[in-house]
Design a protein around this ligand. Structure first.
Ligand SMILES: [Zn+2]
Length: 396
């Protein structure tokens, strides 16, 4: 919450109304398209799109739209490039959904698309209204683990137009990081996952320290979308251990591209007074099966990739854009371990030792051993440096 934009009102009082209006207007004007000059032809195109929607076209082929637009002279759009620019603009302003990666289809009815997703993330109350039988094993898997099979999807979308556009809808949901594609017939919908993580999963693993991205405010959905983005864009897949996927409500373990490094991504709600200025954190910790050792080249690359995805996801959410704030947990132990640990901001860890006064028993943190996984430290001994410089060059 941006506290400067919170206003309280009293019935039959004008108190705060003026300030609210001022704030409202200045917030609207902050939008990137405000004040931009647009071709008149785009307004005409918008009305064409609206008419198509009114004729109950939920999705529309870009090719057909392009044919129609280019032959209708009075619209004033003479080439495909102009049309695509206009479609991108209408996507950014919420009129339609259009992704450059999905070239052939636009979604004209955004609310209809939202309704399709609402059916996937049903709760007990929703399911009664949907009039479908939800007792099957596939439904239980979706409800408990967030794993959506093609059959379950057919059932939630039955008796509606959604089924007819299954491929396009799934494609858009994937590109918007709403679900992750595990195979052609299976998707992961993180917000449906209710499983609890237990530390025992990491019993036989060597782990890195925990890197924390710190936030004053963080909508939970950003965490879900980050997990989905890692699966969809970074060649990662859920770690399968004892015949099940290691995906839980607030913790996810993904296998990296090399097949033996794994990364645990978690969202933490830090209620302790020591974490007052950053109550939310997204934390990552790498792990490998013993006796393997963690390759620092891999963790450095993980940090870079995850940071990039997280920055993309929080762009445009001013209250979350503090993700440049980094920190580390003061102890190295498998995630969920018994020992208490606190977050120390990176900027506080300047010397080689740090006195942690946040834990109930004060202790000394060896800064190098914590930071070495996540940043290139100068003055490290030459042998170690050459090892990870070598691994870095391999990665590149
Ligand atoms: Zn500590």
């Amino acid at each position: 919450m941006d506290k400067s934009r919170v206003f309280s009102f009293k019935k039959e009082s004008k108190k705060n109304v003026k300030d609210f209006k001022k704030c409202f207007a200045s917030t609207v004007k902050l939008q990137s398209h405000w004040g931009a000059k647009l071709p008149i032809s785009w307004t005409k195109l918008e009305s064409v799109l609206r008419k198509l929607k009114e004729k109950s076209h939920k999705v529309f082929s870009v090719l057909n739209l392009s044919r129609f637009v280019l032959k209708t002279n009075e619209l004033g759009i003479n080439n495909e490039e102009d049309l695509l620019d206009a479609l991108m603009f209408f996507n950014d302003t919420g009129v339609i959904l259009y992704r450059i990666e999905i070239k052939d289809i636009i979604i004209l009815d955004v609310q209809w698309f939202v309704d399709a997703f609402k059916r996937i993330i049903f709760d007990e109350e929703h399911i009664k209204d949907m009039d479908v039988s939800s007792d099957t094993e596939e439904f239980k898997t979706l409800r408990k683990h967030g794993l959506l099979s093609s059959n379950a999807l057919n059932v939630v979308w039955q008796n509606s137009e959604f089924g007819k556009h299954k491929k396009d809808l799934v494609s858009y949901m994937k590109h918007l990081d709403m679900l992750a594609e595990l195979s052609e017939e299976k998707w992961y919908v993180p917000c449906m996952n209710k499983q609890k993580f237990e530390c025992k999963f990491l019993d036989n693993c060597n782990v890195s320290s925990r890197l924390c991205f710190l936030f004053e405010f963080l909508p939970f959905v950003i965490y879900h979308r980050l997990v989905v983005a890692c699966i969809n864009n970074m060649w990662m897949k859920p770690w399968e251990s004892t015949g099940r996927m290691s995906i839980f409500h607030t913790v996810t373990i993904l296998t990296c591209k090399d097949d033996y490094h794994r990364v645990l991504i978690a969202i933490c709600d830090n209620k302790e007074p020591t974490h007052n200025d950053f109550p939310y954190s997204i934390e990552i910790q790498s792990n490998v099966t013993k006796p393997r050792e963690i390759d620092i080249g891999v963790t450095l690359k993980l940090k870079e990739d995850i940071f990039r995805n997280l920055t993309n996801l929080t762009r445009g959410l001013p209250s979350c854009e503090t993700s440049s704030q980094l920190g580390y947990r003061c102890r190295i132990q498998p995630f969920g371990g018994n020992q208490e640990s606190h977050i120390i901001k990176e900027e506080e860890m300047l010397a080689s030792n740090y006195d942690c006064a946040k834990c109930s028993q004060p202790h000394i943190v060896d800064v190098d051993s914590i930071c070495r996984f996540w940043k290139v430290i100068l003055f490290v001994n030459l042998k170690r440096r050459s090892t990870y410089m070598h691994s870095l060059s391999l990665k590149q």
